[in-house]
Design a protein around this ligand. Structure first.
Ligand code: GTP
Ligand code: MG
Length: 398
């Protein structure tokens, strides 16, 4: 099992795996391989030292096929769905991520159950009624699964509402939100760590190191605070049901003020990865204004000698070596000012009133200069239209 997972971490794309592990395009057929092929594969598996699991590059194996292959090879057999789920399970930290995984596991349990009951039926046990309850064993188990699914969904819904509330509070505080997105392992977490200095962040050289959407405050050149959102990485051909379960965690992206798309330009599949990420973003129904203002970041330039971006709009950086970050922050600032309608203003404040304190709390104070008299000051401030409206109303400024 460790090998299978290690392999995914290193290769990061299914197509390369075809060459190394097994592949088939007809998982639904009861017998996947012809007799000759099956024997050849079995021999290859036996001859290869240290194989502890086999990965079949298909979205879903039927429970019957999975069991047959496992019995024949004496090894755990993964398909794309169960392998991604396995990695997710290892990396999940928060309650929400764990619940999402439990939800994604239900279809697997359901098809296994069907298979087990099929076997029991052959022995004459599966469809018997239980102690006059009117329900067969299969029906009871199906019902329990359904109940479990409903319970998970209702807890997830509660967590979602809580997130919604937090989002509203953040908006009220007027901090722009920048979602950092990209293919798995492209360096999203490393970049946010470099931009915010948040030592709690842990970048890792593995797939789906980040499974929870987390938020980190960082300063822009104008001293404005923005909130960077670290998101789950994308992977091509991620099984559909898993996307459904996890797209909920990406919901917040549609409400952000800017998307930064990080690309690992040292990766041989970097162009395909970009296409994949943009496709998923389209499916997440991101508003057009956000899609049109995406900042594309070319990361890991330290790994490509003399890198020159083919796209003059892209920002080349090395998150690990902290190269190009000043330019990136500048671009983020310009974009955020535009999308949030924030402006730089010079306000005259009365030092005998709480105006200055209010501005420090609700906006970004850049400079404070002495005013015409002892009790006034001129304040350079970055402030959004809504906050300025509140300021004027509160202090009756015309
Ligand atoms: N050489 C080099 N390595 C980098 C750079 N940025 C990130 N890495 C490495 O790439 C690996 C993945 O980094 P992460 O920041 O965890 O990537 P991620 O996009 O957050 O990955 P997931 O959360 O799994 O989707 C780590 O080993 C980082 O050290 C860079 O600029 N140069
Ligand atoms: Mg990450």
């Amino acid at each position: 099992m460790a090998e299978a997972v290690g392999l995914v971490s290193t290769l990061q794309n299914w197509s390369v795996m075809d060459k190394i592990i097994l592949s088939t395009k007809t998982p639904e057929k009861k017998t996947i391989f012809g007799k000759g092929n099956f024997q050849m594969l079995t021999e290859r598996i036996r001859e290869t030292p240290g194989v502890s699991a086999v990965f079949m590059n298909v979205e879903r194996l039927s429970a019957v096929s999975e069991k047959e292959l496992q019995d024949a090879w004496g090894l755990k057999v993964f398909d794309r769905y169960s392998l991604v789920l396995h990695i997710f399970r290892r990396n999940a930290r928060t309650k929400e991520a764990k619940l999402q995984i439990s939800l994604a596991e239900i279809p697997l349990l359901r098809s296994r159950l069907k298979n087990e009951v099929g076997n029991l039926d052959q022995q004459g046990g599966g469809s018997r009624y239980i102690m006059g309850s009117g329900e067969t064993l299969y029906e009871v188990q199906q019902r329990l699964l359904k109940e479990q699914e409903l319970k998970i969904r209702s807890v997830l819904e509660r967590l979602r509402k809580k997130r919604h509330m937090l989002r509203t509070q953040r908006k009220h505080k007027d901090f722009p939100i920048v979602s950092v997105m990209g293919y798995t392992n492209c360096g999203k977490t490393t970049l946010i760590k470099a931009l915010t200095g948040d030592v709690a962040l842990q970048p890792k050289d593995q797939l789906f190191a980040t499974l929870d959407v987390t938020i980190h405050g960082g300063r822009l050149p104008s001293h404005m605070t923005v909130l960077y959102v670290d998101t789950i990485g994308f992977l091509s051909q991620l099984p559909h049901q898993l996307i459904d379960s996890f797209s909920a965690t990406l919901e917040d992206v549609a409400h952000s003020d800017l998307i930064v798309h990080v690309r690992d330009i040292s990766h041989p599949e970097t162009v395909n990865q970009k296409v994949n990420v943009l496709n998923v973003l389209k499916n997440l129904q991101i508003p057009e204004r956000l899609m049109n203002s995406i900042i594309e970041v070319h990361n890991k330039i330290d790994l490509v000698q003399g890198y020159e971006s083919p796209d003059p709009e892209a920002v080349p950086i090395s998150a690990l070596n902290e190269l190009g970050l000043d330019e990136l922050k500048q671009r983020v600032e310009e974009s955020v000012m535009k999308s949030t309608g924030k402006q730089t203003m010079i306000l005259k404040v009365d030092l005998n009133s709480p105006q200055l304190g209010w501005l420090y709390k609700e906006a970004t104070v850049q400079e404070v200069h002495d005013g015409d008299d002892d009790c006034s000051a001129e304040v350079k401030v970055v402030i959004g239209a809504a906050a300025y409206g509140r300021y004027r109303k509160l202090f009756q400024v015309t």
